[in-house]
Structure formats: structure tokens, C-alpha cells
Design a binder for this molecule. Sequence first.
Ligand code: FAS
Ligand code: PHB
Length: 392
Amino acid sequence: MQTSVAIIGAGPAGLLLGHILGRAGVPFVILERSSREHVLGRIRAGVLEQGSVDIVTSLGLDAGLRERGLEHGGIHLQYEGQRRHVDFRDLVGRTVTIYGQQALVTDMLAEHERLGSTILFDADDVAPHGTDGPDPIVSYTLDGTRHELHADFVVGTDGYHGICRQSFPTGTLESYERSYPFAWLGILADVPPSTDDLIYALHPDGFAMHSMRSRTVSRLYLQVGPDESIDDWSDERIWDGLQTRLGLSGWTLEEGRITEKSITPMRSFVTSSLASGRLFLAGDAGHIVPPTGAKGLNSAIADVALLGRALLEQRAGDDAPLASYSDRALARQWQVQQFSQWMTELLHVHHEDPDASARAFRYRSQVGQLEYVTGSRNAMAGLAEQYAGLPF
Ligand code: FAS
Ligand code: PHB
């Protein structure tokens, strides 16, 4: 087989890149190791920056977003019995939209199938070769038969555990990373949200968040230990934790049937380059953020917006945007990394700190920072500007 761009991974980054290329008539093939059902079943992010909404809309993929997306004009920061609103509209004139990653992936895949895009699910042992030369090849096994796909370019949208970053020539990449001494336990519950905007809460027991997926489905998170098992968290224990950490006098957190629960470790990771010859990385394949700043999915979309445009400009004869893609995408990503780290350290409790005095000092400092941020229009504007999304 021959194509122009071989896309490895059918997550949000790969599916969106396919639409950007397809819209411009550029041939592509998407190779996905999981089944179609597995790709559609992943429950992950929920917040879309204005820039992400604009891209999805520009590609005509926004029907579901317009019908079921929930536009939010800010977030609540809660600590020490207070809940303070950060008003994005007032501060920076922008909003965010709550629309689950699962719904966006479903919409993008449905449109690919309507258009007849070539997406190969259940593709085993996908591997890029010869990407430092003029004729890259992606080999893969489908239904027990080995195949080779010749392409002009290969894009790794295969996530943190994918094959493409590992396919860079040995010694050409550096990894910058840190892991956090906590994880997020996330639930989906069949209960209308008890809040208008998202609530991010710092509590001595740990972080908690109230998000949502629709007017009838709530999405909530609890900080748990980094090695905890979901089997140790009964529905009752989860709701107790949420009631304790989100509770506020005069306000009720409504409970409901938990339909999904999982624990996600937290890490920050950035690779030193997103390009090697004719191989490019986009999304989680190149970087990971703790979900506190709602930047994982939005970073993937931002990378693809840059890379998609650069690939189109290369076909039009201008190689410069593709040559600078990695530097430009990583420059934006480091700004996103620092914001995600800042939000995480602002709102999570370091229970692992053996020194009780140091733990107490850190907690009081966090409260002091929240007091400053929610009391300063300038500080809130900085948070709003970054949360609502830096320009692509
Ligand atoms: P993805 O990981 O989504 O997609 C990669 C795709 O490549 C997958 O379909 C995979 O099967 C495929 N693949 C991997 N290796 C392959 C190979 N060798 N060959 C072929 N295909 C291969 N972000 C937020 O903003 N908020 C959140 O609350 C949030 N929660 C998350 C919870 C979990 C459990 C995880 C893992 C991530 C979460 N994220 C969250 C981040 C997440 O949303 C990512 O940023 C987003 O999925 C990135 O999209 P992609 O880059 O497309 O990578
Ligand atoms: C979500 O709704 O899944 C969500 C919202 C905000 C975050 C992370 C996750 O920071």
C-alpha cells in the first residue's frame, strides 16, 4: 500500500489529523492496534479549550458539540470552607466547553466512516521503518498477514506507551519527567451535576473535583495514593470522600449510581523532540500532563493543528513550517506543563511527606496561595488565560 501520511494511533490526535488531511484531499491511513470498540470505550478528558472547539468546528465536526456540549464561563476554587468563582468571561472574555473525549472520538470516527477513511483497527506489531530516508515504511500485521505501507510521512499519535517515540534513533531523545505521589480516582455517576461550573477543591484529606458530562451525568475525581487499587474503593467510600472534601454549608452534593470508576496515575512528561526525519509525534506520544489543568486532550489537539497545517504547507512547497513544528509545539507545551504542574501542586496534599511540620507548612502555603489567587484580579486573569487556553 502507498499513502501520503501514515498515522499510527486512532485516539483523538490521530482521528483529528486524519480529518485535517482528508479535508485538504491528502491521502492518509490510520493504523490502530486496539479494536474499534476499545477506542470508542475509553472515558478520559472532559474540557475543551476555545481553540479546540474552534478547530473541531472549522472541520464541520461540531454537531454533537453544539447539541450536547456545556459552555462554562469559569471554575470554582474551594478551600477551608470557602468556594470562590474564577470568572473567565469577565477576566479574559473566553469560555471552555465540557464535552467528553469519548463523545468527541465517537463523532470524529463516525465522520471518518461516513467519508470512507482508511482506518485499520486491530493492527498488530505496527512499526515505522526508514523514517530518516525518503521512503518511510510502516509494517503491520492484520488478520495474521504481514503488510507494508509506504508513506511520504509517518505521524505517531500512538500515546505515551506507543511505538513511535521508541522508534527514534537511539540516543537522539531526552525525556523530561516527574511523577506525583498521588493519583486520581475518577467516577461517572448517573446523577445531575450539583454545580454549575467545575469545582476544584483543596481539602486536608486531599484534592477533589466535581465535573460533569451532561445535565444528567456527573464526573467526579478524588486524590488517592499512587499505588491504590480501585478494588479498595467501594461506591460508599468514594461518595464519603467526595462529601467530605467537596462539602460546603448550605450546599448539597447529590449522589447517584456509579457507572464507571478507575484510577489514573499522575505524571508530567515531555520528550526533547517531536520530529526525526519524516517521523513526527503529536499528543500523548510526545508529552503527558497531570489532568488538573485539563490540558492533555487540548495539547494533543494543539499539536495536531500545528502539524496538520505544516504538512499541508509542505505539500504546497513550503518546508519551513514542518521543519519548525517540533520547536513550536514544544515551546507551547512547556507553558502548558508549568500550568498543569502549578494547578496540581496548588490543589493536592502531599501525604507522603514524613515531616508533619513540613506537611502543615506546605498545606498552609497552599491556602495562602489560594487566598492570594482568588483575591487578585490579576492572578485570576493569569489562571483564566491559561485554563481557557493559550493561542495555538
Ligand atoms: P491516546 O493515548 O488517546 O491515543 C493513542 C492511540 O494509539 C490509542 O488508541 C492506542 O490504542 C493507539 N496505539 C498505541 N500504541 C500503538 C501502536 N503501537 N500501534 C498502533 N496504535 C497504537 N486529559 C485531560 O485533559 N483530562 C482528563 O481528565 C484526562 N483523563 C485521563 C485518564 C486516563 C486514564 C488517561 C490515560 C489519560 C487521561 N487524559 C486526560 C489525557 C488524555 O485525554 C490524553 O491527553 C489524550 O487521550 C491524548 O490523545 P492522543 O494523543 O490521541 O493519545
Ligand atoms: C473531566 O471532566 O474529566 C475533567 C475536567 C477538568 C479537569 C480534568 C478532567 O482538569
